[in-house]
Design a protein around this ligand. Structure first.
Ligand SMILES: NC(=O)c1ccc[n+]([C@@H]2O[C@H](COP(=O)([O-])OP(=O)(O)OC[C@H]3O[C@@H](n4cnc5c(N)ncnc54)[C@H](OP(=O)(O)O)[C@@H]3O)[C@@H](O)[C@H]2O)c1
Length: 357
């Protein structure tokens, strides 16, 4: 596969500045790197959170900020050490290495062997595959906090708040298919059928119910929950959480006490909301455990999801594909659409940017 002399990316020059196209020479490949020709890239709330963050801006020392975490595409070049493991033309999906790495809103992405990557399931389109990495790596980080199954019960009981969103929909699917849990999902009535279709056993409609009270009512014979996964944020639950989750269980949040969609989440919220530190430390002593977590950064979880997808056990859900993000003259409108959807917070599943054919 021949590589172009110049690469096109979406970047921004200072926090919250309108993103624009930049054209830069492709860097030479090192032995432990791959070049991916990117076809699709999902958008995530962290794209706008990092874009707005002055703190992240400081760390760039005047360099352009890059954007995007998730991608799918084909391998366009393989570093010497990775030959045999990967070949030019392999169809893959994965995530960039972190906020300091090259972002995935780019035509050619360089990733090292440390970045999570897996072969794309045959049944998934590139758009579907791009929608998966960040949110499934986050879902696994949450579900990993499940306490061991007690011999006296058939299933562990999990609550997923925000079950119709990007991470929540994977928490529901993986809790059912990998961990064989009973899943109580919190979502709006308009998304109830969608979330049931993912496998949820019960639903609480947060738009018509008092959620803490509804959870208290969902304890057959007083049986408490093993794990509460919070994909929404806020502190609404903490008045009752010890009545809802048992002592060896856990309340895991991927958002923290904040409710704003445009400021960064964990681990930063431990500094911006010191009550989280106190809750975290006290939970070691008294239980249930509390933690604000970030995603796992390992390929093995993407391989597991790809395997489940090949067997037809889990599915990707793309609400919308936005075109034009790297097309001169169309990039502003495409970004405005993505930004509006991320700020609004009503996405069912994921929204994906088409990068190139
Ligand atoms: N810590 C990490 O590593 C990590 C990783 C990924 C995401 N996150 C954070 O997690 C949050 C969620 O992100 P996401 O991409 O998974 O989801 P998302 O796409 O932002 O979630 C949108 C969904 O949430 C639902 N929703 C909104 N308010 C709700 C409420 N009060 N109760 C229940 N559902 C509600 C919406 O449904 P309706 O329209 O029906 O209300 C919509 O379907 C963001 O703050 C993101 O920054 C953190």
């Amino acid at each position: 596969m021949s590589l172009p002399p110049s690469n096109t990316s979406l970047t921004y020059s200072s926090p919250s500045a309108t993103p624009h196209l930049t054209y830069t020479p492709l860097k030479p490949l090192t032995p432990n790197q791959l070049i991916i020709k990117v076809f699709a890239a999902a958008v995530n709330p962290c794209d706008i959170q990092l874009w707005h963050s002055p703190l992240v801006g400081l760390g760039r020392f005047g360099r352009e900020g890059t954007m995007g975490w998730d991608y799918s595409g084909t391998i366009a070049a393989v570093g010497d050490k990775l030959k045999g493991e990967w070949e030019v033309g392999d169809e893959v999906f994965g995530m960039c290495e972190g906020p300091a790495a090259q972002g995935t809103f780019t035509k050619y992405l360089i990733v090292s062997d440390k970045a999570p990557i897996a072969r794309k399931p045959k049944g998934w389109t590139f758009e579907e595959a791009a929608s998966v990495p960040l949110v499934t790596l986050t879902a696994f980080a949450c579900l990993d906090r499940l306490p061991p199954l007690k011999p006296t019960v058939a299933h562990r009981r999990v609550v997923v708040a925000g079950a119709s969103g990007g991470t929540g929909m994977w928490c529901v699917q993986l809790a059912k298919k990998v961990y064989n849990c009973h899943v109580l999902a919190i979502c709006s009535g308009r998304n109830a059928e969608f979330v049931r279709g993912l496998g949820a056993d019960d639903i609480i409609d947060y738009t018509t119910s008092n959620v803490p009270q509804a959870l208290l009512n969902h304890r057959p014979k007083g049986l408490k929950f093993d794990l509460y996964i919070d994909c929404v944020g806020g502190t609404e639950m903490f008045g009752n959480w010890k009545e809802i989750i048992h002592k060896e269980g856990a309340y895991i949040t991927i958002v923290g006490d904040k409710t704003s969609r445009t400021v960064p989440g964990p681990p930063l919220t431990y500094f911006t909301y010191p009550s989280q530190i106190f809750r975290h430390m006290w939970s070691w002593i008294s239980g249930p455990r509390y933690a604000a977590v970030i995603l796992y950064n390992e390929s093995k979880y993407l391989e597991q999801v790809a395997d489940l997808a090949e067997k037809g056990e889990v599915g990707a859900v793309v609400q919308e594909v936005i075109e034009g993000i790297l097309d001169e003259g169309k990039e502003k409108q495409a970004w405005e659409r993505a930004n509006a959807l991320l700020e609004e917070g009503r996405i069912r599943g994921k929204v994906v940017l088409k990068i190139q054919d």
